[in-house]
Ligand binder design. Structure first.
Ligand code: NAD
Length: 452
């Protein structure tokens, strides 16, 4: 089962838990918010949502359900219909009858549409939620920090090395300004993963020597082209299939699993090599992304991460991570640590939380208390780069070196963000887009050795 579905089920349970707290009047209002730490004159923490799609709608609800005095005050989206649908969903009762309507103060004057909408919404808030397709994350994050806002931003945080470099530079700005940043790699906020990590840090499995990480599934939605759309609007609506917006599914989804190996090892790979292609994803509606990737990542200490992700219906599905150490193995999805058949630890899955809710509970609690507690940017950027070098490796069939990619300046963004401007990839006369061909697609001339 797709883990995002699991996560959605968790959302509902936590929603109910929180609704019970709302009903019972148990909400802890901030007692001592630090003057100046957020802009509001009272204890209200104002939120702006940038990117009002599925995840943005969920994240906004979760922010409003955190046990702080949070208000949604502004919304920005490239498209008016997406904004309206999102506001309707956030304002509606949940299936369990829970409403956060009284925490929404978005008016016609605080709804903003278009490529520049973010610039108008950000000034109105203390905290911004950045949930557009990831291609925009570096510029939106830059603006949020420039305006001294705390940030919740979804993964990935870029789609190309130039974007990652920018976000890494901004990590230092966020630290210097003491602005909290949570990145939506929600396993970091999930109880089972936190408990497993504690035991790995305590030495239960010895040194991690390899990892196998998976996001194998059926694939995702397609938004077919509609009459009258400019090429830019079509790509923005069908963003999953265009790398400047999405980064390919190895970046957009599989980042979650790749990140776990980096996180538990406390290291990032030095190089990547792999293979991939489009076995069944043949139609023009699938833009330019592959339907499978297999990547071998090498770490400086010689350990290896084997990563596989696939979007092919009818194949074996698995979204999980297995981390192999000298004394035992962590089976993340099952919440277990084993040495061969012997159980060393089993997390009590009945205690599992909804990590999406916890992200917001912890972020808003810190902000309310005036604490600087969350600095997820650097890891978010490096997790993104790990996935990107995987894509560059499978697209080119070459060995991709971390430092070479990071310092390459490689950007796949358009020159101009406008609905009448050209996106960076254009269809041929039959409507098909250029697809990477291993052996022919070349990124860097530098030769990197396979061994070691
Ligand atoms: N952590 C998770 O498990 C998880 C789950 C789902 C999605 N996500 C991430 O959340 C992000 C959004 O994904 P989604 O599924 O909500 O997609 P979506 O298509 O449902 O929503 C994206 C929204 O952003 C809007 N948008 C696009 N460009 C914009 C711009 N320049 N300015 C303002 N708005 C713009 C779109 O119109 C759309 O409404 C992605 O980065 C995705 O990877 C994370």
């Amino acid at each position: 089962m797709n883990s995002e579905k699991n996560d959605n089920q968790l959302t509902r349970r936590s929603f109910v838990k929180n609704s019970a707290m709302l009903g019972g009047g148990l909400i802890a209002m901030p007692l001592f918010s630090q003057a100046g730490y957020f802009n509001s004159v009272d204890d209200t923490i104002k939120v702006a949502l940038i990117g009002c799609g599925g995840r943005g709608t969920g994240a906004a609800r979760q922010a409003l359900l955190s046990n702080q005095n949070v208000r949604l005050v502004a919304m920005a989206d490239a498209f008016r219909d997406r904004l309206d649908n999102s506001l309707k969903a956030i304002s509606s009762e949940d299936d369990d009858g829970v409403s956060v309507k009284n925490r929404i103060s978005v008016t016609e004057d605080t709804k903003f549409v278009g490529f520049d909408a973010y610039k108008k919404a950000i000034p109105l808030a203390d905290v911004v939620i950045l949930t557009t397709p990831p291609g925009f994350r570096p510029i939106h994050f830059e603006e949020a920090l420039k305006q001294n806002k705390h940030v919740f931003m979804e993964k990935p945080v870029a789609t190309d090395p130039a974007g990652v470099k920018k976000v890494l530079d901004l990590a230092a700005v966020a630290k210097q300004k003491k602005l909290n940043v949570v990145v939506g790699l929600q396993r970091h906020y999930q109880n089972s993963y936190r408990e497993l990590l504690k035991r790995v840090k305590d030495g239960m499995i010895g040194d991690i020597t390899s990892g196998q990480v998976y996001w194998n599934s059926d694939g995702v939605w397609v938004n077919p082209r509609k009459a009258g759309q400019t090429e830019m609007e079509y790509q923005m609506r069908n963003w999953y299939y265009f790398n400047w917006l999405c980064g390919d599914h190895i970046v957009e989804q599989h980042i979650h699993n790749i990140d776990v190996m980096n996180w538990f090892k406390d290291a990032y790979p030095v190089k990547a090599m792999g293979m991939g292609g489009r076995e069944v994803r043949k139609g023009k509606e699938f833009g330019e992304i592959f339907d499978h990737h297999y990547v071998e990542y090498h770490y400086a200490d010689g350990s290896i991460m084997n990563s596989q992700c696939r979007h092919i219906k009818g194949t074996y599905s698995r979204v999980d991570e297995t981390l192999v150490g000298t004394k035992g193995t962590v089976h993340c999805g099952a919440g277990q640590i084993k040495a061969g058949d012997k159980s060393l630890y089993a997390y009590d899955m009945k205690k599992e939380n909804n990590p999406y809710q916890t992200e917001h509970d912890e972020l808003f609690a810190a902000i309310a208390k005036g604490e600087y507690k969350f600095a997820d940017t650097e890891n978010g950027a490096k997790a993104t780069l790990t996935a990107i070098i995987g894509r560059l490796a499978t697209y080119s069939g070459q060995i991709i070196d971390w430092d070479t990619a990071l310092n390459s300046g490689l950007s796949i963004q358009p020159e101009k963000y406008a609905f009448d401007a050209n996106p960076p990839v254009l269809p041929d006369g039959d409507g098909f887009y250029p697809i990477a061909v291993p052996g022919k697609t070349i990124y860097f001339n530098e030769k990197v050795s396979a061994g070691g």
